[in-house]
Design a binder for this molecule. Sequence first.
Ligand code: DUR
Ligand code: ZN
Length: 137
Amino acid sequence: MARRLAEAALQARENAYCPYSGFAVGAALLTADGKLYTGVNVENAAFGPTNCAERTAFFTAVAAGERDFTAIAIAGGKANEAAKDFCAPCGVCRQVMREFCRDDFQIILAKPDAVRVFALKELLPESFSPDNLNGQE
Ligand SMILES: O=c1ccn([C@H]2C[C@H](O)[C@@H](CO)O2)c(=O)[nH]1
Ligand SMILES: [Zn+2]
């Protein structure tokens, strides 16, 4: 499972729109019923509107009606080169994951030759979540 998702993230990365940073990121998000949604970072001349690959994948899936997710793979690095280092999700994307995912959601960091797998609770401990607003925490 990790390897299949990693390959999808590496492939998606080729469509990253990153003329300003030159840092291309791809993500592949797996739903509980086995569907795959990909995303890339989409930059903007005004910088602030830039969307990360992870959030692009989440927002595309949510817009298609998905709400139940199992794992996401992420691959990032200098554009037009193979990803050399693992690329961990930024804090904003971790919080977006927490909106839709339980704390055992898997985050797979991908390179062509290796993966590292974390649970969301490891990358976003003591998180603020919808449970706080629902009075369940
Ligand atoms: O996990 C990450 C980290 C960075 N970026 C994007 C944002 C920006 O376009 C570029 C450099 O930060 O990489 C992502 O898409 N995901
Ligand atoms: Zn991000």
